[in-house]
Design a protein. Sequence first.
Length: 167
Amino acid sequence: MSLLCELEKRSIDTSKANFIWFIISFISKCKISDCHSFEGTPCLEWKGTPNNSGYGRFCLTRNYIMRAHRASWEFFVGSIPDGLVLDHLCRNEICVNVLHLEPVTIGTNTRRGKHCWKSGLRKIPDCCTHGHKYPENLYWTSRHTIECRVCKNISTKKSRKRIKLLC
Ligand SMILES: [Zn+2]
Ligand SMILES: [Zn+2]
């Protein structure tokens, strides 16, 4: 169901003026992340307390609470087609940057999740096995697995040195 229908059903004022007010209050609760980004744009992180699943919660009215990333999509892109969920491409659940979201089927979302989290990892760890911090140093491979950028650089440098020595 579209946000507009949902609001009308709850007899919430859907006038343009009220909508602008929703958007202003929404924006005031976001901040541009200084360490999380995806494909060149920073994450837009929710400042409020996340829910149990780690998603931001936006209180549209006192008794209508939406997931912040879904609200963001509804406000700045349009309605989320029925049956689709928004997948966080940046893997940062509190992010509401619409450039980091993609509507996908629940099946795709689960598959991606399974595909992404190597050996059953449900969450990205805080750092790599060598202690380099994630997600600053996180790197997604084309196989949708995670790698540490620092470790990768070190191993590339080492192999370059080896080649030099051999030459
Ligand atoms: Zn993001
Ligand atoms: Zn590392």
